[in-house]
Design a protein around this ligand. Structure first.
Ligand SMILES: O=P(O)(O)OC[C@H]1O[C@H](O)[C@H](O)[C@@H](O)[C@@H]1O
Length: 426
């Protein structure tokens, strides 16, 4: 289903003592005895998702598609990256015929973006899905202030039927607002943190609204939930987590997640938040970076081949693609590419992967490869669950809590002080 390969010898990594350590982490995770164990709701979320709940999300998504041509999804971090990752990975690059569009907002503070967005949707009907677990995050709150007003000016009382809120069940400014205005609500479960929330309503409502099959996504997640729970040396989630930690201990403190598929760019962004926020604590953790090849072979490739040796590379390879082109023969071989005749561009990429991997390996960059059979809802569901589980195992090897993010408060407090937010003046 999903395969992990290593350029070195896996048995040198999965030593007797490493295996014992992983066994105790495995026990603590599934018995909910490790650090942050009140945030493990994602672990069996796919199998706990009921038909009624999935139907409700699908019906709401259908209602949104009927009342609007555009859904603006407001959120940041874990309240945006999962949906963005899945939608981008499954959407065509170009689509003139697109009847329904999902656009994200509140993921940064650009006045130009928001202003232009309001103009862009002027002649199409709009719905909003505001997503924030805490209900107090500044960037989405700011975007919502503008877009809520936009909706009320445009739709009057009907605006409240076009605004959908996904937030905590019991607290937060967004919940109060939703209750006052009678917006339809979805819940971010208490025991699921933002970066582990892609399979809850946080990810599923926008994904379903974009027209993708959330049932299949959850089925993939559930298959991963079952298969990857096994404590076995063949378990790819355990292998990946053990490899990461092994390489980290050897001084490889940066992980470069490399793909040859530009549609995976936001899966890489999602992965960066997942691993970066889960592991970067107490002055520990692997710094996650990402590249898209072959594009970045012409920029960062030099550094990876030959720069400071503190990185290892993880290739995320998709075996089969739907759409492809085959290189054809030309009578006059002026561009000297006839040697490629009969090779498809995907085959070229798979060869480029081998060539790049060998080159970087000889340059002193250890290699991990994650292979997925194809890109559809099912395999993405599997892949995302695989990463979340590996991340928990990986972070527990660092003896830190994978599920909090205390460090992100520091800059926020400074901004609030500088802007004299009530309560932060001193
Ligand atoms: O969903 P929210 O509460 O708005 O949080 C959105 C994001 O911002 C925070 O600062 C955290 O660093 C992220 O983990 C979180 O996903």
């Amino acid at each position: 289903m999903l395969q992990v390969n290593y350029s070195g010898n896996l048995s040198d990594v999965l030593t007797e003592s490493k295996w014992q350590e992983l066994e105790s982490i495995h026990y603590n995770l599934y018995e909910k005895q490790g650090k942050g164990n009140d945030f493990l709701g994602w672990l069996d979320w796919p199998s706990r998702s009921t038909d009624d709940w999935i139907n409700h999300i699908q019906q709401t998504a259908e209602q949104i598609r009927q009342q609007a041509d555009v859904l603006i999804v407001i959120g940041i971090g874990g309240s945006y990256l999962g949906a963005k990752a899945v939608i981008e990975a499954l959407s065509p690059y170009f689509n003139k015929e697109q009847e329904f569009e999902v656009i994200f907002a509140g993921q940064h503070v650009s006045g130009a973006y928001l202003k232009q967005l309001m103009t862009y949707v002027e002649d199409r009907d709009v719905a909003l899905n505001v997503i924030s677990k805490s209900g107090t995050t500044t960037e989405p709150a700011l975007a919502f202030r503008f877009l809520q007003q936009y909706m009320e000016e445009r739709y009057g009382d009907e605006a409240s039927e076009r605004i959908y809120v996904t937030t905590d069940a019991n607290k937060g400014a967004l919940l109060d607002l939703a209750t006052q205005k009678g917006y339809q609500r979805f819940v971010v479960p208490d025991d699921v943190g933002g970066r582990y929330s892609v399979m809850t309503a946080v990810g599923l409502l926008p994904i379903a609204a974009a027209g993708f099959d959330i049932r299949l996504l959850l089925e993939g997640g559930q298959a991963a939930e079952v298969e990857l729970s096994e404590f076995s040396q063949e378990n790819p989630a355990l292998q990946y987590a053990a490899l990461r930690h092994h390489l980290y201990e050897q001084g490889y403190t940066n992980e470069v997640l490399a793909t040859f598929e530009p549609v995976l760019a936001y899966v890489q962004e999602w992965w960066k938040q997942l691993f970066g926020e889960s592991e970067g604590k107490e002055h520990k953790g692997i710094f996650p970076v990402s590249v898209t090849y072959t594009t970045d072979l012409h920029s960062l490739g030099q550094y990876i081949q030959d720069g400071k040796r503190h990185l290892f590379e993880t290739f995320m390879i998709v075996d089969e693609v739907d759409d492809d082109l085959q290189v054809f023969e030309k009578e006059n071989d002026a561009d000297q590419l006839n040697y490629l005749a009969g090779t498809s561009l995907h085959e070229f990429n798979l060869v480029a992967y081998q060539g790049t991997s060998q080159a970087h390996l000889s340059g002193g960059v250890p290699q991990v490869t994650i292979r997925i059979p194809e890109l559809d809802e099912y395999h993405l569901g599997y892949l995302l669950y695989f990463y979340m589980l590996s991340c928990a195992f990986s972070a527990y090897q660092l003896e830190i809590n994978p599920f909090d993010q205390p460090g992100v408060e520091a800059y926020k407090t400074n901004i609030f002080k500088l802007l004299k937010k009530p309560g932060f003046e001193s």
